[in-house]
Design a protein around this ligand. Structure first.
Ligand code: TXA
Ligand code: MG
Length: 334
């Protein structure tokens, strides 16, 4: 874990308009002062991200919400009490002064209070909102360790080290800005948990909660450099045999040992628990992407039950397929 001194140094860098990468419980973020247009411009330039893409503003406490949001509906107050600090991002109507560079010119802003102790200390020390997309170059896999971030940006930014991210995939994003509640990006806080929380209020939002399932216009490029194939369990053996016949080495992520195949150069058994799977997913994708011994990454498709929705969403994007989950909104590998 990082020392207070290094976190103070990071807060100073942010205050001077610089960039700092920091751990959250989901993935590492590349942070900039969310109120400083030059800092945001530098952030987008380093990430190689189009300026039309909005960023999440990270906060230390709900007291800061009023600086960023025009309205905080009761649903948002309830979800904040239930899930913050934690891996939930809420999209709300933005307050007048919020920069277009943060919102992508929309009239909404995404806000989140992360739970990682280093993120919290940094946010408390800095005292204002930190805009932080995932700390990867545009279109690449989100980093889940300080080493991953250094691999993306070398020594271009200070990196606070908070170990391996516990959740391992990006936060659930819920849009509460237009009346009801709509999940824009599935995450490890599931639709059902949110529905249960909202139903306590007996508002329309719980009944109307949706995760739009529409194919996006663009296949995603949220992906490793290597080809990723997402394969049903029953076709694993056949797929690996075919790759072998083509002289290609497969790196394989399997859920079980059913399809053990000696042709695989690298074979990782992934947990059948979604939480443990998510924790290990990006780490394994990155190491296979880097390995000279792997030509193609083959992933056994997880079950279709609700607790796998967020993971399956990331896997379909990594495979360059059209995710069925709202890919027109968040399917662009940001
Ligand atoms: O777990 C996370 O959410 C991580 C950590 C660092 O907090 N951050 C993250 O940020 O994944 P990023 O920028 O890679 O993805 C944020 C997503 C983007 O797909 C963006 O389009 C969406 O949030 N987003 C941000 N502001 C929005 C808004 N006002 N309306 C709709 N979507 C928004
Ligand atoms: Mg991202």
């Amino acid at each position: 874990m990082e020392s207070s001194k290094r976190i103070e140094k990071a807060a100073e860098i942010l205050a001077c308009g610089g960039l700092v990468a920091f751990p959250t419980e989901t993935v590492y973020g590349l942070g900039a002062d969310a109120s400083n247009p030059e800092a945001i411009a530098a952030l987008y330039a380093l990430k190689g991200r189009p300026t039309s893409h909005p960023s999440i503003v990270h906060l230390a406490s709900t007291a800061q919400l009023q600086e960023w949001c025009l309205e905080v509906p009761d649903e948002a107050i309830l979800l904040a009490a239930m899930f913050w600090p934690g891996p939930l991002t809420m999209v709300l109507k933005r307050a007048p002064g919020v920069l277009d560079a943060i919102t992508g010119g929309q009239d909404t802003v995404a806000v989140r209070i992360p739970s990682h102790p280093v993120a919290r200390k940094l946010l408390e020390t800095f005292g204002r909102g930190i805009a932080a997309p995932s700390a990867n170059r545009f279109g690449r896999i989100s980093p889940t360790s300080a080493e991953d971030v250094r691999f993306e940006f070398n020594d271009e930014v200070m990196v606070l080290d908070g170990g391996q991210c516990q959740v391992g995939i990006e936060s659930t994003i819920i849009d509460l800005s237009a009346g009801g509640a709509r999940i824009l990006r599935p995450g490890m806080i599931q639709e059902e948990s949110i529905r249960v929380a909202l139903s306590e209020m007996q508002t329309a939002a719980s009944a109307e909660l949706t995760t739009p399932r529409v194919p996006g216009d663009l296949p995603s490029h949220y992906a490793p450099k290597k080809t990723v194939q997402l394969v049903d369990s029953g076709r694993l053996t056949e797929t690996l045999a075919k790759l072998l016949a083509e002289g290609k080495n497969a790196g394989v992520l399997v859920l079980s040992d059913v399809a053990a195949d000696s042709s695989s150069e690298l074979r990782v058994s992934m947990s059948c628990s979604p939480d443990v799977y998510a924790f290990a997913l990006y780490k394994n994708l990155r190491s296979m992407d880097r390995s000279d011994r792997v030509d193609v990454i083959v992933i056994e498709r997880p079950p279709s039950s609700p607790e796998w929705v967020a993971i399956t969403d990331r896997l379909t994007r990594a495979a360059g397929e059209r995710s069925i989950v709202n890919s027109e909104v968040c399917g662009d590998g940001t």
